[in-house]
Design a protein around this ligand. Structure first.
Ligand SMILES: C[S@@+](CC[C@H](N)C(=O)[O-])C[C@H]1O[C@@H](n2cnc3c(N)ncnc32)[C@H](O)[C@@H]1O
Length: 254
């Protein structure tokens, strides 16, 4: 039970960025929820709670769990200053956590889903993080609203397996045209298939559940992502194993 007496799933815990929020009213949560929450477009899994005091502010238990480990990688590799665009920012929990922890960066979250953008805005307003910009409607399947300004980095967490392959292609096109060169950074996080590493049973089950939801979704092969990136002038410079059978991948603009 949380302080208001609402039952809280044991997967929901408090991250530094939401400690000050009103208690969560948990609707449902899991590490990788088998069904998407409906964000209008096919969207996001696992963000399934709302804050009782800010109903637009979604809470993703997975984002709470993985924020610290992702931040450690970002802190080590992002520049101290510069412009970062986050693609598929979802609930906005990562955006407020990372922007708050990396105050020299100008952080713009984005998501094509109006519900996600409302959540990001609720978190942004609630936390008042000064270097966090309003959420943009940026869709990897439609370059009409892609930002035109040069970027130091693009961060994309848990999107390319929950969207068609063409979204990964769009992401690489955006990175090619927007990242400063040389050295502009593309950060990807999520579960992958890898030729040289046996697929973890949990990732195999997750892949099955994704494909059941949409046959165009599914875990991507890291080698294929690397080949796609190379064709857009990006070289893989870091592969790091992360908790729960995920990977951090960093690509640099050549
Ligand atoms: C699993 S959620 C991940 C959200 C957040 N990055 C996180 O890890 O908590 C997947 C996100 O991908 C976004 N998404 C789906 N298709 C997209 C596309 N074509 N372009 C950009 N974002 C997309 C969804 O709106 C959703 O917010």
């Amino acid at each position: 039970m949380n302080p208001t007496g609402h039952k809280v799933n044991r997967c929901t815990f408090h991250s530094p960025v939401i400690r000050a929020r009103p208690p969560a009213r948990t609707i449902k949560s899991s590490e990788r929820a088998p069904r998407a929450i409906s964000f209008g477009v096919k969207m996001m899994d696992s963000a399934v709670s709302t804050s009782a005091g800010a109903p637009d502010a979604l809470i993703s238990p997975a984002a709470e769990r993985n924020s610290a480990a992702i931040l450690e990688v970002l802190r080590a590799h992002l520049p101290a200053r510069g412009r970062v665009l986050e693609i598929a920012a979802g609930s906005g929990q990562h955006a407020v956590a990372f922007a708050a922890a990396l105050p020299g960066l100008d952080w713009t979250p984005s998501d094509p889903s109006p519900q996600a953008r409302a959540s990001i805005e609720a978190w942004r307003t609630h936390t008042g993080v000064a270097n966090l910009r309003p959420a943009q409607a940026v869709d990897m399947l439609d370059d009409a609203n892609w930002p035109s300004e040069p970027l130091n980095a693009i961060v994309c967490i848990n999107m390319i397996h929950i969207s068609p392959w063409t979204a990964a292609e769009g992401l690489m096109q955006l990175a090619e045209r927007s990242l400063m060169r040389p050295g502009g950074l593309l950060y990807l996080y999520g579960p992958y298939r890898e030729a040289e590493v046996p697929l973890a049973p949990s990732n195999a089950a997750f892949d099955d559940s994704l494909k059941a939801r949409d046959p165009a979704w599914g875990l991507r092969d890291r080698g294929e992502i690397e080949t796609l990136a190379r064709s857009h002038g990006l070289a893989l410079t870091l592969r790091r194993a992360m908790p729960a059978n995920n990977l951090s991948l960093i690509f640099r603009r050549i």
